[in-house]
Design a protein around this ligand. Structure first.
Ligand code: WT7
Length: 629
């Protein structure tokens, strides 16, 4: 490390941490990567197996549609499973799973390879081919991972819809992706109750017409409707003779689609972010290895949901590419008691824990005694993601969970980036609340309206200045929306976040500058919540904003204009909250609904959410020259 004294409150890594770390000298690696970033990523790519090497590392002949490792042949699943099965890792645990009800299952790399192949064969027998989209909708059980890998193995494109989404969200994602197959669980356990996923899916399927086959995984066991000719049980199919444990792997181009994942944007419908096999594989493998300093003997737990990008990159692909042992937990953090997570860390000897500030703040509320019942000495590294972590939560995490000896890797990234972009490594000095600096090989900055770098500690737009391997390749069905990311300044990717950079070059994220709300780390668009409200018979117009919340980071506040003749009532408020929950999902349920007679709009008719927010917070509304009335 450079010996320069850093400003502010700094936590330096211990001797022990540095000695163990893969990267002991971050500055040297960064310097080398800055000289030649394609060369840096090329070297990283060489750590993985390719059926045929690339002609070019980056092809920028059709900007902003960058391509990586062009001409290369691969399949990410080969590096996740097949490559390990040929080594001593054949018998190593790939996955340890615990159900909310306490049951547990493990899969060796051999077993995960076998189950994946069997499922791939079933998908093939149903006519799923390379390039076809398959929607997956289930809770946190091993089958979600098997389903994703089974699709990728045969070159099909998975589209996972988070199990916390509901009818309309699922329907529009199935329809937009034009999925012919839906893989769904009968239900999911959440806090001892059953979320009836199959029932939600049945309702969604009435609103969209693309699905021919529904494969149902039995998890919760309640009675479900099985439509003849369309619905089949997974466990029955897996027992058929066609489900053999050998399934030829589809060798694909580095740039062939791996998955799409829907995320919320500024306006309109959620967009499907496209990631491809080659670059995504290199990006997730490298970043996980160095940021979480993965060693052979580690047991790693990313407590996110596989249905979000965090789960795709750092529960499924990154860990398997690194041949590590992952832990997956099905249920709620405080079920049946607030010590659930700490009990599992002790029971399974977890070394690395990666979670979100909202979860930390939620568990903080129960007090330290719940943690101190358990021996957490196996923990070596901690991680945070999804929203800025407030210094108070950072310090609690560091002291109470990490016992002042586990560096906290605060990782900034997005569905679109596919991989960590701003993140430390264990050997890097930390400042609570900052993700430190961009990963080597990544160039980022904070700029003003004109695209000029702002002075240290000044707020500006967070941008990415060079392409990176796991970058978004397109918005499925909507290249115009993809181009928007690159449209503000030439050759520069707009993240949608505001940030500042301090005098040491450390980045501090402030928040979104668009109409995206981060609720408990989940990304929601104001447009989705508003259109759900307007789909209710009583609502004429609606506006949604995010306001600060102690545990969730932000909570959803909505303003509703009722249709004429509709009576305002507390019952109607509750009905509207339930309606949003039913249409979008429980995560989108508004905290607060207020009936109003008008909404502030620009002369072109856009709702000025900024004004609603300023008013709710009692702040100065700033420039209101575009206000209509
Ligand atoms: C947005 C992306 C990819 C991880 C899960 C979220 C916010 C993410 C951090 C962090 C401050 C963060 C940003 C970003 N965000 N990580 N460490 N510190 N903010 O992915 O749902 O696509 O959301 O999450 O606002 O733009 P996502």
């Amino acid at each position: 490390m450079s010996s320069k004294k850093l400003s502010g409150e700094v936590f330096y890594p211990s001797e022990e941490t540095i000695n163990k770390a893969h990267i002991k000298d971050w500055e040297a690696l960064d310097k080398q990567a800055k000289k030649d970033y394609p060369g840096f990523w090329e070297k990283m790519a060489e750590e993985l197996h390719w059926f045929h090497k690339w002609d070019k590392v980056i092809d920028d002949s059709n900007k902003p549609f960058y391509k990586w490792f062009t001409g290369a042949k691969t399949n990410i699943v080969y590096n996740c499973l097949d490559a390990h099965v040929k080594t001593f890792r054949r018998n190593k645990l790939a996955l340890i799973w615990e159900g909310e009800n306490g049951e547990s299952k493990t899969y060796s790399y051999f077993a995960l390879h076998r189950e994946t192949c069997k499922f791939s064969n079933i998908l093939k027998s149903l006519g799923v081919q390379k390039g076809d989209r398959v929607t997956i909708y289930m809770g946190r059980t091993p089958e979600i991972i098997i389903a994703m890998l089974a699709c990728a193995r045969i070159g099909a494109v998975h589209s996972v819809v988070y199990g916390g989404f509901s009818v309309e969200s699922l329907a529009e994602r199935i329809e937009d992706s034009n999925s012919k197959v839906l893989i769904v669980a009968d239900g999911a356990y959440q806090r001892g109750k059953i979320v009836e996923l199959k029932k939600i899916a049945d309702e969604a399927l009435q609103r969209c017409g693309t699905v021919e086959h529904v494969l149902v995984i039995k998890r919760t066991g309640q009675e479900v409707n099985m439509e003849q000719g369309r619905d089949m049980w997974y466990h029955e199919l897996m027992n058929l003779p066609i489900a053999t444990q050998n399934c030829a792997l589809e060798i694909v181009d580095a740039e062939d689609p791996l998955f799409i994942l829907y995320t919320s944007g500024t306006t309109g419908k959620p967009k499907a972010i496209l990631h491809t096999h080659g670059g995504y594989m290199v990006g997730t493998h490298t970043t996980l290895k160095y940021v979480f300093d993965i060693h052979e003997e580690d047991r790693y737990w990313c407590a996110a949901d596989p249905g979000w990008i965090t789960g795709h990159s750092y529960i499924v692909y990154g860990p398997l590419l690194n041949g590590t042992t992952s832990f997956l937990y099905e249920g709620a953090p405080n079920y049946p008691y607030p010590n659930r997570w700490w009990a599992m860390i002790e029971k399974y000897g977890i070394n690395i824990l990666y979670t979100a500030p909202t979860a930390i703040r939620g568990l903080m509320r129960f007090g330290e005694a719940w943690v101190n019942r358990h021996n957490l000495s196996s923990l070596r590294i901690l991680g945070s993601v999804g929203e800025p972590i407030n210094p108070e939560a950072w310090k609690w995490y560091n002291r109470v969970i990490g016992k002042d000896k586990c560096p906290i890797m605060d990782t900034w990234w997005q569905t679109e980036t596919g991989m960590f972009m701003i993140a430390p490594m264990p050997s890097v000095p930390l400042k609570p609340g900052s993700g430190t600096r961009p990963f080597p090989g990544i160039e980022m900055d904070v700029v003003d309206e004109k695209g000029k770098s702002v002075k240290p500690n000044e707020e500006g737009f967070l941008i990415i200045k060079t392409p990176w391997p796991a970058m978004i390749r397109n918005v499925w069905n909507d290249p115009e929306r993809y181009k928007q990311y690159w449209s503000k300044y030439p050759g520069v990717y707009m993240t949608g976040d505001s940030a500042r950079k301090d005098e040491d070059g450390y980045f501090w994220i402030i928040g979104r500058v668009d109409d995206v709300i981060k609720v408990s780390g989940y990304r929601l668009g104001t447009a989705e919540i508003e259109s759900a409200l307007v789909s209710h018979y009583s609502v004429a117009e609606a506006a949604a904003i995010g306001l600060p919340h102690e545990v969730k980071g932000n909570a959803i506040y909505t303003y509703v204009i009722l249709k004429s003749g509709i009576e305002k009532s507390p019952q109607l408020i509750e009905e509207l909250r339930q309606h949003v929950s039913h249409e979008v999902g429980p995560i989108a349920k508004p905290e607060h609904i207020e009936f109003v007679d008008s909404l502030p709009k620009t002369r072109s008719g856009k709702i000025m959410r900024r004004l609603l927010k300023a008013k709710a917070l009692g702040q100065d509304p700033g420039n209101i020259s575009t206000l209509e009335d």
